[in-house]
Design a protein around this ligand. Structure first.
Ligand code: SF4
Ligand code: SF4
Length: 187
């Protein structure tokens, strides 16, 4: 197996492990969460125009909306930047407070950032956002280690600028070849 294939398989394994952790540990906690992320405080939601228009049920054109924002008459929770929109400080309109759930959960409209929060795969890492109270870093590291097997070790590091973002990086243990995604000898 080439190194590229091995990296791809490892990435797939980590993505599956992160998704499984969300399903088994995070989502069951959402109904009783004391600080739901969908209230967007302290979290920031990043949307493109299509998503903003649909979620905020905007009727006007993008140009008219941007003009309204610039003049200070737009929704105060929305900021524009680099072609995107950033929402903070007000509950997402798709959040159902009564049922503690997302109304667009299974729809294409749901932003990828929502799907990824609070645990997602990035190359050979799983990133955990500790602003979610359901994340138990130690248990997550054990979860990932179990998924990839004994041929790897987990190295933990926090983002310098945003220390609530923690990387669980998967590093190969020298001399171990116990999983199918380990690269084989050169052909
Ligand atoms: S912060 Fe975590 S537990 Fe709370 S609602 Fe969001 S994903 Fe669920
Ligand atoms: S789109 Fe859904 S998951 Fe994302 S912030 Fe709004 S309610 Fe929450």
């Amino acid at each position: 197996m080439s190194s590229r294939d091995a990296r791809r398989l490892l990435a797939e394994e980590l993505a599956a492990a992160a998704a499984a952790y969300q399903v088994a540990v995070v989502i069951p906690h959402c109904a009783e969460c004391t600080k739901p992320c969908c209230r967007l405080d302290p979290l920031v939601l990043e949307l493109d125009w299509k998503q903003l228009k649909a979620l905020w049920q905007l009727e006007e054109s993008r140009t008219a909306f941007d003009r309204r924002l610039t003049s200070g008459e737009g929704p105060e929770e929305v900021r524009a930047g680099a072609g995107l929109y950033y929402i903070h400080g007000k509950v997402c309109p798709a959040y159902d407070e009564a049922h503690r759930s997302c109304r667009v959960y299974d729809r294409e409209l749901k932003p990828s950032g929502c799907t990824d929060f609070p645990v997602y795969q990035d190359r050979n890492c799983v990133i955990a956002d500790l602003r979610c109270e359901a994340v138990d870093l130690k248990a997550l590291a054990t979860w990932i280690a179990r998924s990839v097997g004994k041929g790897y070790r987990i190295v933990q590091s926090a983002d310098e600028e945003f220390p609530f973002l923690v990387s669980l990086s998967v590093r190969r243990v020298a001399g171990r070849r116990e999983k199918s995604f380990l690269p084989g000898p050169p052909a």
